[in-house]
Design a protein around this ligand. Structure first.
Ligand SMILES: Nc1ncnc2c1ncn2[C@@H]1O[C@H](COP(=O)(O)OP(=O)(O)OP(=O)(O)O)[C@@H](O)[C@H]1O
Length: 230
């Protein structure tokens, strides 16, 4: 993404944001509420169109991308985006059938602990359960690029570890995984590349060592986001 600008009426959500993510890596996007993370990721998913600047995902403009491109990209939205009447296992089986080379569903279901509520309708699932189904839905097509909006927020500690292990494996298998997070621990433990966003701009990006320059990530984050807000 290069120089992306996005306005909602008078609100400038993105003010010339530039960053990139690589295959085989987990990229964590950090930033305060309202910094523009979701807008950035939605532009990458082809759900929103920037007012200026350029977005490329797998060398394609996601806004104009066709079904072939979308099949190569996995998306987990912040609100889950799951149909309320669906039951997790039939839903995931259906999604799996849409892809030429999907991930092994049994393994995904077991690893994310979905088997325990596989036949409960989505509307009756807890927030954390819905999140696990949404993550499975994003990964079932074995995407080359996965955008995960706060994939472990609100999960219990065991589920969080399961999600981290899975995300690591998906990246190790060659995918570019981009996740938004408010968790320093998540970024430190999982990310190969960190992007810090504040007030619609990327204020730092690089490896953990590059971004922190010897400080704790938390301290560096507060310094970066406070300065840009001033
Ligand atoms: N659909 C919309 N209409 C109008 N303004 C919006 C819309 N979506 C986002 N905004 C505004 O754009 C800015 C960036 O919002 P965005 O959701 O991208 O931030 P975020 O970094 O993802 O925040 P959070 O951490 O709270 O999820 C905010 O000021 C927000 O109020």
């Amino acid at each position: 993404m290069s120089g992306l600008v996005k306005r909602y009426g008078g609100v400038v959500a993105l003010d010339g944001a530039s960053w990139s993510a690589q295959s085989g890596q987990v990229t964590a996007v950090l930033g305060p509420n309202g910094a523009g993370k979701t807008t950035m990721v939605e532009c990458c998913e082809g759900l929103r169109r920037g007012d200026a600047g350029e977005v490329r995902v797998l060398s394609t403009d996601p806004w104009n991308a066709g079904a072939d491109h979308r099949a190569r990209v996995g998306v987990m939205l912040q609100d889950g985006g799951l149909p309320n009447a669906a039951r997790p296992l039939p839903l995931l089986r259906h999604l799996r059938s849409l892809y030429a080379a999907p991930a092994p569903l049994d393994e995904l279901v077991t690893r994310l602990g979905i088997a325990d509520f596989a036949s409960t309708s989505v509307r009756r699932l807890s927030g954390g359960q819905k999140q696990r189904v949404a993550l499975a839905a994003a990964l079932v097509g074995r995407p080359e690029v996965a955008f995960l909006d706060e994939p472990s927020a609100g999960l219990d500690p065991h589920a969080r570890l399961d999600v981290w292990d899975l995300v690591r494996e998906v990246a190790d298998a060659g995918a570019a995984v981009v996740l938004t997070t408010h968790s320093f621990e998540e970024a430190e433990r999982l990310a190969d590349h960190i992007v810090v966003v504040a007030s619609g701009q990327v204020v730092a990006q690089g490896s953990l060592a590059e971004v922190t320059a010897g400080e704790r990530l938390e301290d560096r984050y507060f310094a970066l986001t406070r300065r840009s807000a001033a």
